[in-house]
Design a protein around this ligand. Structure first.
Ligand SMILES: Nc1nc2c(c(=O)[nH]1)N[C@H]1C(S)=C(S)[C@@H](COP(=O)(O)O)O[C@H]1N2
Ligand SMILES: [Mo]
Length: 406
C-alpha cells in the first residue's frame, strides 16, 4: 500500500492511535512529509495485532496466529490471521462506497450504498469459521510455493451484515445463474489498475445460503481495515479466499467464474489423488469447495510443564467446512489409543465448535497430545499429511502439542 495514503486514511483510528502518542508540532509538519515512524511501519501496531502473531510476508501483508493465541471462543481482531493477495486499498470513503451487482445472469444492474444495504435488508449475525485453503502448507513435501502457513490461518469471528441472497433477489436472479463472483477494491501488486489481485466466488447454492453475508461489522465493530473494511463477503466453511474483502462488486455469472485465482493450481487440487510432485493437467484439477474436518488444541501452549498427579485440562476448537463435527478425541500415546473429548454443538451453522478433555498422565516424562476430529459424515482427520497437491492446500492432519510431566 502507498504508506502516505495509509496514514491519511488511518484517520479511521487516527494517526496518533498508531503511534500511541500525539505528534508534537504536528501543525508545523510539511504537508507531504511522511514521519519516520511510518516509513518502516510496524504491522503489529498498524493492524492492531498481538506481538505473538507471526509475520509471513510484508508485500503483501500476511500474518498468522499461533495455536495458543486462538483460545478465545470468538476470535478477536488481534489474533486474526491476515491474508492479502494485493495492496490494501488506500482511498476508502465510506460515505460514497457503493457495491454494484451485475453479471450475465442478473436481471438488471443495481448499485447500493452501505446505508442502502444496512437499512433496506434485514441484518443477521453469525459466527463463521474462515480458514485459508493453504493453512498447513508448510508441511508439504515437495514443498509448495506460497505463504508457509503452519496452523494459524484460521479464525472464527462474529460477522454482522445482510444476506447476499436478499440482495441478489432484490436485483433479480435469472434462471441460468451458476456462480457469483466478487470484485474487491484492493490493487494488484503490480499497481496495474486493469488487473485484479484476486476475484473468486462460489456456486449459487453457496451464495444463497442463510449464512452467506455481505458483512459490514466484525465482533460488533466496523470491520478492521486489513479484514475488508467497509464491506466483505463472508462464506464460512469454504476456503477463506471465497470471502472477498473490500467488496465493490458482485457479479451473477452464467458460468463458473473465471476471475483471478479461479484457474490453474489456485485454490484447486487434483480431482484424484496424485503422487507427491506429480504434474497434474489443468482439466484434472478441481475447485476446492467445503474445507475438510480439522481441529486445534489452543490450551495449553505446546511445551507446557505439568506436575505429575495434576490433571491437565486441554481445550480447543474443531470445524468441518459445510458439516458439523460429530466427535473429538485425543491421544497421548502417538495415536495408538484415543479418548473422547467433550464437544459442544456450534453456536450456529458454520461456526467452530469447542472441545475440552481432562488428561491424567501415568508417569513423568515427555508426551505428545494429539487431537482428532471426525465430522458428521464420518470423515476423520488423518494423523499424517493428507494428499499432496501442487499448491499445498487442505492439510488437515492432527494437531499435536508437546507436554512434559515433571
Ligand atoms: N479483495 C480480497 N479479498 C480477499 C483476499 C484478497 O487478497 N483480496 N484474500 C483472500 C484470502 S486468500 C483469504 S485466506 C482471506 C483472508 O481473510 P482475512 O485476511 O480477513 O483473514 O481473504 C480472502 N479475500
Ligand atoms: Mo487464502
Amino acid at each position: 500500500m502507498k504508506r502516505r495514503n495509509f496514514v491519511k486514511k488511518a484517520g479511521v483510528g487516527g494517526l496518533s492511535t498508531i503511534l500511541f502518542s500525539d505528534i508534537v508540532f504536528n501543525n508545523l509538519m510539511p504537508e507531504d512529509y511522511l514521519p519516520l515512524a511510518f516509513q518502516e511501519p510496524d504491522p503489529f501496531k498498524m493492524f492492531q495485532k498481538d506481538p505473538g502473531m507471526v509475520l509471513l510476508n510484508d508485500k503483501p501483508w500476511n500474518m498468522e496466529a499461533q495455536a495458543h493465541l486462538l483460545n478465545d471462543k470468538v476470535t478477536p481482531n488481534k489474533y486474526m490471521f491476515i491474508r492479502n493477495n494485493g495492496l490494501i486499498p488506500d482511498e476508502i470513503n465510506v460515505s460514497n462506497w457503493v457495491v454494484k451487482i451485475d453479471g450475465e445472469s442478473a436481471e438488471q444492474e443495481k448499485s447500493y450504498t452501505l446505508q442502502d444495504l444496512k437499512s433496506k435488508f434485514k441484518n443477521y449475525t453469525y459466527q463463521l469459521t474462515l480458514e485459508c485453503g493453504g493453512n498447513g502448507r508448510s508441511e508439504f513435501n515437495p514443498p509448495a510455493k506460497g505463504n508457509q502457513w503452519t496452523i494459524g490461518a484460521v479464525s472464527c469471528a462474529e460477522w454482522t451484515g445482510v444476506r447476499l441472497r436478499d440482495v441478489l433477489e432484490d436485483v433479480g436472479i435469472q434462471p441460468d445463474a451458476v456462480y457469483i463472483a466478487y470484485h474487491g477494491a484492493d490493487m494488484h501488486l503490480s499497481r496495474n489498475p486493469n488487473k485484479e489481485s484476486i476475484s473468486r466466488g462460489a456456486p449459487m447454492t453457496k451464495a444463497l445460503q442463510d449464512e452467506t453475508l455481505l458483512a459490514f461489522a466484525m465482533n460488533g465493530e466496523d470491520i478492521p481495515l486489513a479484514h475488508g473494511f467497509p464491506l466483505r463477503l463472508v462464506a464460512g466453511g469454504w476456503p477463506a479466499s471465497v470471502s472477498g474483502k473490500w467488496i465493490k462488486g458482485i457479479s451473477i455469472r452464467n458460468k463458473v467464474h473465471d476471475g483471478e485465482k479461479m484457474g490453474g493450481s489456485s485454490y484447486r487440487v487434483p480431482c484424484e489423488t496424485v503422487a507427491p510432485g506429480e504434474k497434474v493437467a489443468d482439466e484434472n484439477m478441481c475447485i476446492i469447495e467445503s474445507m475438510p474436518v480439522k481441529s486445534l488444541i489452543t490450551y495449553p501452549k505446546s511445551g507446557a510443564m505439568i506436575d505429575l498427579g495434576t490433571p491437565l485440562k486441554i481445550n480447543g476448537h474443531a470445524w468441518a467446512g459445510e458439516f458439523e463435527v460429530g466427535s473429538m478425541e485425543y491421544s497421548i500415546d502417538f495415536g495408538s489409543t484415543w479418548n473422547l473429548c467433550n464437544l459442544q454443538r456450534p453456536v450456529n451453522r458454520l461456526a467452530w465448535q469447542h472441545f475440552d478433555g481432562t488428561i491424567i498422565f501415568p508417569q513423568k516424562g515427555y508426551y505428545e497430545v494429539w487431537a482428532r476430529a471426525t465430522d458428521s459424515k464420518g470423515n476423520r482427520q488423518p494423523m499424517v499429511l493428507p494428499g499432496w497437491n501442487p499448491k499445498g492446500y487442505l492439510n488437515n492432519a492432527c494437531h499435536r502439542i508437546a507436554v512434559k510431566v515433571v
